[in-house]
Design a binder for this molecule. Sequence first.
Ligand code: FFO
Length: 277
Amino acid sequence: MKTYLSLLDHVMTHGVDRGDRTGTGTRSVFGHQMRFDLSEGFPMLTTKKLHWKSIVHEMLWFISGDTNVRYLQENGVRIWNEWATDEGELGPVYGVQWRHWQRPDGTEVDQIAKVVEDLKTRPTSRRIIVSAWNPSDLPDEGISPQQNVAQGRMALAPCHAFIQFYVANGKLSCMLTQRSVDCFLGLAFNIPSYALLTHMLAQQCDLEVGEFIWSGGDVHIYHNHFDQVRTQLSRTPGPLPTLALLRKPASIFEYRFEDFELKDYSAQPHIPAPVAI
Ligand code: FFO
């Protein structure tokens, strides 16, 4: 994960200080790419302890098509609470767009089922894509997340918006395009999250894992994360853990938390930081 630390250092050194929607202030660069060879280990930060349960449950929640935080809360995951209504609703965020994208005639597109079908039947396709960026459901930036949900909009515009898959030499690679990147909090989650999705899809389609390629748009560090970033940059990364899938479920929709074992995850202490809402 030296490449992640290099990005933090790059943003701190070369970024531009700017205002943002949340009023917190960020230092940012525009456009950056990182590559992780998933055969070399599971890309999980070792310079700060990450909450594995949150990463796995959030991905299972996306894949299930759910957009209410109840499931997350029942499993001790708090990372979406700030944007939900009192009833726990987030509007048509990832789960809806991935599994229930609405066609104008009222029927739905299941993008995840389509990816599995394409990987199995036409792996050289250049259209194996999941898009969460649905302009008709985007929130109005002038009102709160909860007010947007009340109007049937997303609580928050998708940050990790566009995913493309690629098969070569029996290996599955994934490229994520993330329009907005909270480097200290969100990105630390987003990398293992999509690495996990790639492992699951590879298992379902009898492929090995290839690379995870991450592309960021507005890549920023919040001003109130600078001390935490300096702490993290002072630490030396250790060896990566590995991911074992303990069972092969009958479909991509039937994974459970217990199916994943993160082996040899040895990380330095957690570094708390406030999340910008
Ligand atoms: N909002 C901000 N400001 N930044 C983000 O990265 C994101 N997200 C989604 C949507 N909203 C965002 C939520 N993802 C944490 C981690 C990921 C989040 C939101 C919050 C967080 O606070 N992590 C802490 C505590 C972990 C825990 O309680 O499990 C940490 O890692 O230390 C981007 O996807």
